[in-house]
Write a protein that binds this ligand. Structure first.
Ligand SMILES: [Cu+2]
Length: 337
């Protein structure tokens, strides 16, 4: 190679460095090979660089996702969620996953047998036929039947998910850069739900605060959406600026919030609790900082909460009476508590 480099003219091509043609019949053959080798080297280097960049981007993204902190290690599957719909989605996901696993094992198993058992070094001779009507009919009909068998239950779940009839209440959800607006359509209660203050302070560049010290970092809000348990709630979802997506995994669906369009979805959560989610559509620089918190309260507690929202003055007065009454009660019973 040193000789070639010395005798030939080194040139720069689009794919990297390669050695120019060296005169003479014998060296011409070698020259051509080296050129290919250098070109291949350049291509491989480029592919390697692309893979490296992709891998580092994926790693950076993975480490920066706040929800990862809340996820148990190696729990990679979907969660069954807390609604009938989410459980149906989970079941259909598992059914189709197992069908895909069986197909994968059969196809790759057949491929492995073909590659290793019928290899040239063992004297295998390739068949000469190129067309077989029977095989083509079977290989078309069988996948179609498998697809229909998968589409049938999936469609039933989709139809069930889309059925927002007979909802007991409606909540309008509006995405904004970078917060969520909620309006209880039937009771005229509305508010904005933004990233919790402690998360917001901590996330600022050079804040000096540690995310480890913040509970539910980047997954908490100042005002959660409150809904009643055991009640069919209809959501009408839209956006005030760009496309967002309202996503609480435990409810089993995500819905795009699109300006000028109203999409609807519904949920019915049996168990009271706190369920968290995030905007799932890249919507601008603070896309990662508009979490969703849904607080499901028992029906009676929800009714009290809603009444307090409708009449905040009365609620504040009741709270003031409660706080002034507390020391009296404590003084009346000093030996208790
Ligand atoms: Cu968003």
């Amino acid at each position: 190679m040193g000789v070639l480099l010395a005798r030939g003219r080194a040139r720069r091509s689009g794919n990297g460095w390669w050695v120019g043609r060296v005169p003479g019949p014998a060296s011409r053959y070698m020259d051509l090979n080296w050129r290919r080798v250098f070109r291949m080297g350049g291509v491989m280097k480029r592919i390697g660089t692309i893979y490296l960049r992709l891998a580092s981007a994926a790693l950076a993204l993975g480490f920066s996702l706040p929800s990862l902190a809340a996820v148990e290690r190696w729990k990679l599957n979907m969660t069954p969620g807390v609604t009938e719909v989410s459980r149906q989605v989970y079941d259909i996901h598992m059914t189709i996953l197992w069908i895909c696993i069986v197909i994968g094992v059969l196809v790759f198993g057949a491929m492995a047998v073909a590659i290793f058992r019928f290899r040239k070094s063992r004297g295998a001779v390739a068949a000469t036929w190129s067309h077989n009507d029977k095989a083509e009919v079977v290989l078309t009909i069988v996948p179609v039947l498998i697809l229909v068998a998968m589409a049938w239950p999936a469609t039933q779940v989709l139809i069930h998910m889309a059925d927002t009839r007979n909802a007991e209440m409606t909540i309008e959800v509006t995405g904004y850069q970078w917060k969520w607006g909620y309006r209880y359509v039937d009771s005229d209660v509305s508010f904005i739900s933004s990233l919790a203050r402690n998360s917001d302070d901590t996330r600022q560049l050079g804040s000096g605060l540690s995310p480890d010290q913040v509970k539910s970092y980047l997954l908490d809000v100042d005002r959660p959406l409150v809904i009643p348990a055991d009640t069919k709630v209809r959501f009408v979802i839209t956006s005030g600026d760009v496309i967002h997506s309202w996503w609480v995994p435990a409810l089993g669906w995500k819905q795009d919030a699109i300006p000028g369009i109203i999409n609807d979805q519904w949920t019915l959560v049996k168990e009271p609790g706190i369920y968290r989610g995030q905007c799932a559509e890249l919507c601008g620089k603070d896309h990662g900082f508009m979490p969703i918190v849904v607080e499901v309260k028992p029906k009676t507690e929800f009714a009290q909460w809603l009444a307090a929202q409708q009449n905040p003055d009365a609620a504040a007065a009741a709270a003031a009476i409660a706080t002034t009454a507390e020391p009296v009660a404590a003084a009346a019973a000093p030996g208790q508590g």
